[in-house]
Design a binder for this molecule. Structure first.
Ligand code: UGA
Length: 460
């Protein structure tokens, strides 16, 4: 006999970044949590209380909640959803070739979950889905004793547990008020802002948040370009703008632009969704273009600094993960930059504190080493791609001494330029003019590379 839905029991479908962190956090808050995961290796890691991903604090928390029996990794949907009051769908929505969100994993998970769910269960969609998806799931559902809500997530990789424990807000959207209340009770404390709305608005809150932040970064990156052309300093400009509380300093760090599993996919999906409704979302098209130019700008700085040719030159890349504190290589700017450098003839040696194993199959031509001092030895130039704190702390005098050349290009404006120039290096950053190298006017080219309009790199 099917057990009644019990809200003390939560089933999370998918042990990816979002699902696993959510599951561990809910177990910590006292729920009995089951995670349905099809990948046997991932499931085995969770069952052993180990995190299959690098996320600060997650390993320790999984050890505790798996050890106490509050979190269990299961293989089958029937085992996972049996008796669960809330079923959270946290599977991937990767991009289709057209840039839309591929919903096949969501549809399959929902189909199976609905088949086995207890009467009265709520299915909460945590996967990022286009506007109208949750309503369509409700409309097409085979069971009218199951309700659907949209439960967007705002966790950042690298601080996901902290975000889960102290969420900036809890948003739940749905057409059934009682179901919305049951899901909103899962997270947050008495002071957490809560926003309850219809499911389409919740879907767009998720996309709108990511797309706005990505656009904010692209805006500051365009400003950085103008700073280089006019002799201003983007860090001062961002500090000054950020002091206005209406603007704020966060997400105004100029550099190589946004990567990761969310911003690139979600910005494109929102732009594509708008297109389906007959709208051209011009701002997002521009944000995407600026983001791709940032990678080329960085490569062009290395090319220019090495005198216009990278053929046979040795370039050391510091940092591969799409941002610090994670080993996630999805849409990492390093992938584009390394490929551009290699296509221009450079010999690339790269390092990262935690992402080497994930990077290896993605960068078959690149030499990967664990020790940053080994990476820079004999290098004509060093390019910093990911702002791991350890790279700022390097002995830069020693680094310059080990290098064959003197050029250091800081793609995240995180290094101490004085330590580098003091050690005899040439320090190049983003959005600030470089001492020791002539400024480049828009349209000025080094082997066809303009620092202004950034045309395509002269690749074969
Ligand atoms: C992002 C959002 O911040 C989360 O709220 C959201 O839940 C998540 O996507 C998601 O949809 O799952 P995340 O991808 O972990 O989180 O990373 P962010 O910290 O937002 O950084 C995204 C990218 O922007 C990184 O490549 C980062 O290097 C870049 N960035 C960030 C900048 O280039 N400049 C900045 O000032 C800030």
């Amino acid at each position: 006999m099917t057990p009644e839905a019990d809200d003390r029991v939560v089933c999370v479908i998918g042990a990816g970044y979002v699902g696993l962190v959510t599951a561990a956090g809910l177990a910590e808050r006292g729920r009995e949590v089951r995670v349905v995961e099809v990948d046997p290796e991932r499931r085995a890691a969770v069952a052993a209380g180990r995190s299959p991903i690098h996320e600060p604090g997650l390993d320790g928390l999984l050890g505790v909640v798996v050890g106490s029996g509050r979190l269990r990794a299961v293989e089958t949907m029937s085992e996972g959803v049996a008796g669960a009051g809330v079923v959270i769908v946290a599977v991937g929505t990767p991009p289709t070739p057209e840039g839309a969100a591929d919903l096949s994993q969501v549809l399959q998970a929902v189909d199976e979950a609905v088949h086995h769910a207890a009467p009265g269960a709520v299915v909460a969609i945590k996967s990022t889905v286009p506007p109208g998806t949750t309503r369509a799931l409700t409309r097409d559902s085979r069971r009218d004793d199951i309700t659907f809500v949209m439960f967007p997530e705002f966790l950042r990789e690298g601080s996901a547990l902290e975000d889960l424990r102290n969420p900036s807000r809890v948003v739940v959207g749905g057409e059934d008020g009682a179901a919305v209340q049951r899901v909103v009770a899962l997270l947050g404390g008495p002071d957490t802002p809560r926003l309850l709305c219809d499911s389409v608005s919740a879907e767009l809150i998720k996309y709108g948040s990511n797309a706005f932040l990505a656009t904010k970064i692209s805006f500051i990156n365009e400003m950085a370009q103008l700073c280089e052309l006019t002799g201003a300093d983007i860090e001062k400009v961002a500090d000054g703008m950020g002091l206005d509380p209406r603007i704020g300093r966060s997400f105004l760090s100029a550099g190589l632009g946004w990567g990761g599993s969310c911003f690139p996919k979600d910005v494109r999906a929102l732009e594509t969704s708008a297109g389906y409704h007959g709208q051209s979302f011009w701002l997002l098209k521009a944000a995407i273009e600026v983001n791709s130019q940032q990678r080329r700008r960085f490569t062009a700085k290395l090319l220019h600094g090495l005198g216009g040719s990278l053929e046979g030159r040795r370039v050391a890349i510091l940092g591969l993960a799409f941002k610090p504190l994670t080993d996630d290589m999805r849409q990492a700017p390093a992938l584009e930059v390394v490929r551009q450098l290699e296509d221009l003839g450079a010999v690339v040696v790269a390092t990262d504190p935690v992402a080497l194993d994930r990077a290896r199959p993605l960068l078959p031509r690149t030499t990967l080493v664990a020790d940053p001092y080994e990476a820079v030895t004999g290098a004509d130039a060093v390019g910093l791609v990911t702002e791991w704190p350890a790279y700022r702390e390097l002995d830069w005098g020693r680094v310059i001494g080990l290098m064959g050349g003197r050029l250091v290009v800081d793609g995240r404006n995180c290094l101490d330029g004085r330590a580098i120039t003091g050690g005899g290096g040439i320090y190049v950053s983003m959005g600030r003019r470089t001492r020791g190298l002539p400024p480049q006017a828009p349209g000025a080219t080094a082997e066809g590379i303009s620092f202004g309009a950034v045309p395509p790199l002269p690749l074969g």
